[in-house]
Design a protein around this ligand. Sequence first.
Ligand SMILES: [Zn+2]
Ligand SMILES: [Zn+2]
Length: 459
Amino acid sequence: MADFFTTEQLEAMCEAVRQEWERIKHDQPPRFTLTIYPGKPQCNQCKVPMDKAKVCSRCKMIYYCSPQCIKMGWKLHKVHCSAFKHDGEQIPEYKAVTKQFPWTDVGYNVGGYFNGNFILARFGVLGTARRKVGYWATHGRGVLDEDLLDAPWCSLTEAEGWRLPKKFIPTLALQSSDSCPSFPPTFDSNWTSYYRWRGLPIASPAAMLLHWPLSVYACLKELGLVPENAVGARRKLTVFYVGAREEVCLIPVFGELALLFPNTDLELVIFGETTGHALQRARGRGIKARRPCVFEYTAPTVCGAGTVRVFIDCGNPTYYCPTRERSEHPDAIVALNAGLGTYISWQSVILRSFEFDIPFVITDYSETCLVSVQQIMDLLHQALTRAPASAEEIRLQPMLKKTLAEVQVADVDKVCAALKRERPGKLNAFMQPGLKGDDFSKLSPGSRNACIQIITPVT
Ligand SMILES: [Zn+2]
Ligand SMILES: [Zn+2]
């Protein structure tokens, strides 16, 4: 979403939410009625707002005004209908993540739309200015100027970054063994258990940001790359974190990973248009390296002495594609909220991760998003193996052929087998709390980092 708004537009939206929060904060229960989120269903086909909507009879999720619009919309909707149905069935599981926290009692409007910004307004951390809201700053197009001026991004103290009461901050300033979480890490796969292990009261909204590092953890765990114990030789793990955007404001929050990867040197190399451009512009201010280390943290010995180093790559700021140089391959590629089926630049990453056996794992907003991943896999498979059969394929083939010409797949059989592999998605217990919805569906569930999918497994 942040892609399409300027900082000024975003700030205006934040202000509207802040004002609305001020207006309703004493109501029991607080209900919001923002004009920018009218909460009135709109027809998915003709976009007309309705008082009484019809829904798709199969998934029961998507709004339509009339049988005519249902019929006209079917050509596009049919691809995702079963995924929406599946998402709808999972609503209780999404809600269970959210309901662990007492502060998620607000943020639902009458139509069921959940607005996570309300939570931030409640804690006074909603806005675009990093000086005022620290790690919580919301991005407009690209990156905030003050972030550029503030390179290398990590100069805020923990208190300035989190902007929360001290007891709500997942501090990394762990000095006495009393304040350290128990070692080895012992928590179940849910936020409540994690908070308990971390010594955080459940009233803390830290999960609204902690889901970033915890999702990296969950992805690497899915790949089997999280150490079972801390014994033996120290391990080095290099992870390329591709397609980062808003995370540029909260890089120190990734220090959390040091507690989760004991006895490990975890190198997180961030690739992303926003970060890359920011770094290029910051170079004039003394940053010369292609891949400077912008953050480093080592956990206390009693917590396993894991180290996290975050680097930002500006060699090719828009995206990363594995080269044939095996020595440059990471142990894993992670992409959060990837949009793998949406952005063309992912196609070459997919193909090369198959050919070079580079473990690759993604998260996305919902399982509906994962459907388009399989579609792009099928199209790539077609483009590799035969001439286009339909007009739609002919329209898409030039793009796919361009990708294939660039990537030069050497082992077609291997890549084709990988493209056809089953890829089940699963819900991420450490997703951002809160459901995302829109006016065109009943409650299209989704959340940042909601689902995990392995694209290329560890071989
Ligand atoms: Zn309509
Ligand atoms: Zn449907």
